[in-house]
Design a protein. Structure first.
Lengths: 244, 234
């Protein structure tokens, strides 16, 4: 542990790089602020890859068995401590990494992650949590092969919403504005600034995502296809075994 | 205020910390931590300070998860560490930060060093485990009660008797205690390798109870004499 001091400071989330996780599968992450069309494009990408013959696993934020409900409860609590909520998100991601992401990658599947560590990091940072600590905390995640950043700013995201944004997505606990829509715009602006800053060091593939769904979808598929180029889907019934 | 609390979440310098005094007692079972803190608490109260004693409780979230139908397979060391840390963050915000902000004294019967040492003993990376607890306010002083693992084992078996297979339990627990002590030793050798570069006072296991009480007072006295909120040399 004598070198731990240095390591503590340099612990960080690994940047996206094809093959960096060392497993035969492929991990594609989609990130973006709320209302960036992420869920739509995750579905389209999954469908596209399945039609192309790939075995696909999808994993989404807060879907873990042990932490999912705790996160939902924390999101409803206006007085929840942001550090505590962040640690629950980290527990959620750790469980999914260990139970879903790594086993799937080892089995040669394509894993699509609907958000990864950057959404919880941005939500925490927007609430004043130290970014250096966040980087070290989430340093356990495997490096994705690609991170698609759906670049939609706060204005465009708000314009897409006809309904009143929910309290959590509006950062209601921060008391940014008495108006829910204005609070949403201000809070999403903070999240966007975080993503914008993560983009370079984390190796995001940025897609201007304010355009028509079809056009944006094509760009997402191109990024995934580029990562998968040179690989072939598994023949049915054959299990690819990773290095021991 | 939530925003304020989270900005303070990662104390780097003592000058940014709220006034008040945080003293943590760390060490294995049966090393005299509780007795030492009780005596210190009474002494500080006689000096007119308001004192809060906080115990580092086992995580309820982890206990509940391990009791859940599939929990046992899913509850890996990292997931357990993160759930325990989440619960600790909530407790620290309430039981440590608030009294410190009021200028009170908080005496912690085990604190982040024990949490970090336990995660390391369970096989997690020392650097990551240390970083995990950087959100906790840095104590003004860590009092480390040295105790050999064999003593801690006999104490644990006496206070929490194991039913069947006591020998196997003892042997597994003994190995864990040895790893735990090694993790504490690493923190003592280089406190900066822990969550923060905290000053530590190590108590000799051979010293009698009175000598220990005196050593603790000697360690704490300069902290009381220092102006509130000012850096104190170790």
């Amino acid at each position: 542990m004598n070198t731990a001091t240095e390591t503590t400071r340099t612990l960080q989330v690994p940047a996206a790089h094809p093959g960096a996780h060392g497993e035969p599968g492929v991990l594609v992450v989609l990130e973006g602020i709320d209302g960036s069309g992420r869920s739509t494009h995750v579905r389209r990408l999954e469908e596209h890859l399945r039609y192309a013959g790939w075995g696909v696993t999808r994993t989404s934020l807060a879907s873990s068995l042990l932490s999912g409900d705790l996160i939902r409860a924390a999101k409803r609590d206006r007085h929840a401590d942001p550090t505590e909520t962040t640690l629950l998100y980290a527990a959620d991601l750790a469980e999914r990494v260990e139970q879903v992401v790594v086993p799937s990658l080892r089995a040669g599947l394509v894993v699509i992650a609907d958000r990864y560590c950057w959404t919880p990091m941005a939500r925490a940072e927007a609430r004043g949590v130290d970014p250096v600590w966040l980087d070290a905390l989430f340093g356990f995640v495997p490096a994705p092969d690609a991170v698609v950043f759906l670049d939609v700013d706060a204005e465009a995201s708000l314009a897409r919403r006809a309904d009143e944004p929910d309290a959590y997505e509006a950062g209601w606990d921060l008391g940014l504005s008495a108006d829910r829509r204005e609070s949403y715009r201000l809070f999403q602006e903070r999240l966007y600034a975080c993503f914008d800053r993560y983009a370079g060091p984390a190796g995001f593939a940025r897609i201007r995502a304010a355009g028509p769904v079809e056009q944006v979808g094509q760009r997402v598929l191109r990024i995934a296809d580029a990562v998968l180029a040179g690989r072939s889907p598994m023949p049915p019934g054959r299990v690819r075994v990773g290095a021991a | 205020m939530r925003g304020r609390a989270s900005i303070d979440a990662v104390p780097v310098t003592r000058a940014r910390r709220p006034k008040g005094l945080l003293i943590a007692a760390e060490g294995l079972d049966g090393s005299g931590k509780s007795a030492g803190l009780d005596a210190l608490g009474r002494w500080l109260e006689r000096k007119g300070r308001r004192v809060h004693l906080v115990r580092w409780e086992p995580s309820r979230l982890v206990a509940r998860a391990s009791g859940a139908p599939r929990g046992r397979q899913i509850l890996t060391p990292r997931v357990a560490a993160l759930l325990a840390a989440a619960e600790a963050a909530d407790r620290i915000a309430r039981d440590v930060r608030r009294p410190l902000a009021r200028g009170d004294v908080v005496l912690a019967d085990r604190y982040a060093w024990t949490a970090v040492a336990r995660e390391v003993a369970r096989g997690l990376e020392p650097a990551w485990s240390a970083a995990l607890y950087r959100f906790a306010p840095m104590p003004d002083l860590v009092i480390f009660h040295r105790q050999d693992p064999a003593g801690a084992l006999s104490r644990a078996l006496a206070t929490r008797p194991t039913p069947v297979g006591a020998e196997a339990v003892a042997s597994a627990y003994s190995a864990f205690l040895v790893r735990l002590m090694a993790a504490y030793d690493a923190l003592l050798a280089d406190p900066a390798a822990g969550p923060w570069p905290v000053p530590a006072l190590v108590l000799d296991p051979r010293a009698g109870p009175e000598a220990r009480v005196e050593a603790i007072r000697d360690g704490v006295r300069p902290l009381l004499e220092a102006p509130v909120g000012e850096p104190v040399s170790a």
